[in-house]
Design a protein around this ligand. Structure first.
Ligand code: MRU
Length: 353
């Protein structure tokens, strides 16, 4: 399984996801600006992967400041602020930066910056290592939801190994359930406009010989109507206290279709994707991206010049469409405000956060 993020000899290697599946090429990040640009351009993407990349970005930035004791602390704060501005929706980005700054804040300002940088590097490595473990747990809990044999499932966007440090969330569950013989086929929405489904999810699954059928986004309803899928599994970018879920644009439409057809709709996400500070999905900032992503396809313009374009990168699925949320601590069921409050107050989580 290819890794989207590799930290080796003080250099961050990011698998350039904009080139997949045509080319497997890594970007060598030696400074934080290259990491920030990679996040902005979706060369690294997916909520947990963005968080881990930003954590290493902060290490690279801190390292540049190592010889300047005067500027170290203000510089660190400025780099953190710049990394926060790269993408607004996936809360894992902010969670990872907060976690890194918390580590730095344990040292007083007179400390040798080299000591702080070493602690930051350890923390970034811990964030990456934990993501692997967390995804394994999510996969095992999620696979238990598939009680009948021979399911076909549908997924949207890419919540796989590419979107995380390893295994994936929704795709981790699919991989695990497949290995247990519970899933026979995965329908993958192509996921316009940037085709994360076609380019990334279909590619990941095909590499492991998991049977995959690619469809365009507007085919999902018909596939459900024909009884071709028995469950939907997606990842998440931010989950509010009431269980509303922000994920890739188009997820909401799939959830509404699933409910109409009586098909369970599962979300798989780590605790780092929960935003315990917001009451509902109405408070989730939704990224809007360039009009070019919609007006062209494969680099060829497909819309008339000068046309108005709306390009939100995410949408919010209201909690009433969600059958269950799979986390590393188990499966949450409605009513979500209670289940998420219990999760937020649990001792295990307090220790980790
Ligand atoms: O714009 P992207 O490709 O970063 O959007 C990614 C998604 O919406 C994923 O489904 C989500 O981050 C979950 S990844 C485990």
């Amino acid at each position: 399984m290819l890794q989207s993020i590799i930290w080796s000899d003080g250099v961050l290697q990011l698998l350039n996801q904009t080139l997949l599946p045509a080319k497997v090429e890594y970007i060598s990040c030696r400074d934080w600006q290259t990491v920030a640009e990679a996040i902005r351009r979706l060369e690294v993407r997916g909520a947990p992967a963005i968080g881990a990349a930003a954590a290493f970005g902060l290490v690279l930035g801190a390292r540049e400041l190592i010889t300047d004791k005067e500027k170290f602390w203000t510089g660190l704060t400025e780099i953190a602020a710049a990394l926060r501005k790269t993408r607004p929706t996936a809360v894992n980005l902010f969670w990872a930066i907060d976690r890194m700054l918390l580590v730095a804040s344990r040292y007083d300002q007179g400390t040798d910056p080299a000591i702080v940088v070493a602690a930051l590097e350890d923390e970034a490595k811990a964030i990456a290592a934990e993501d692997k473990e967390v995804n394994k747990k999510i996969s095992l809990y999620g696979a238990q939801l598939f009680t009948r044999d021979e399911y076909a499932v549908l997924t949207h966007c890419n919540a796989g190994a590419l979107a995380t440090v390893a295994f994936g969330t929704a795709l981790g569950v699919i991989r695990q359930a497949w290995s247990e013989g519970k899933i026979k086929r995965v329908f993958v929405d192509e996921t316009r406009p940037l085709l994360q489904g076609a380019r990334l999810t279909a590619w990941e699954l095909a590499q492991e010989n998991i049977p995959v059928t690619l469809i365009t986004d507007n085919m999902a309803g018909w596939v459900m109507k024909k009884g071709m899928v028995q469950a939907v599994l997606v990842g998440a970018d931010r989950i509010a206290r009431n269980g509303d879920v922000a994920n890739k644009i188009g997820t909401y439409s799939v959830a509404v279709l699933a409910k109409e057809h009586g098909i369970p709709f599962f979300v798989a996400a780590p605790v780092s994707t929960f935003d315990f500070t917001i009451a509902s999905g109405a408070d989730i900032p939704i990224e809007e991206r360039s009009a070019d992503e919609v007006s062209s396809f494969g680099g060829i313009r497909v819309a008339p010049d000068g046309i108005d374009i709306f390009n939100p990168a995410f949408d919010v699925t209201p909690n009433e469409y969600i059958t269950a949320i799979i986390t590393e601590y188990g499966v949450l069921r409605p009513p979500y405000d209670q289940a998420i409050a219990d999760l937020a107050n649990s001792e295990k989580i307090k220790i980790r956060r």
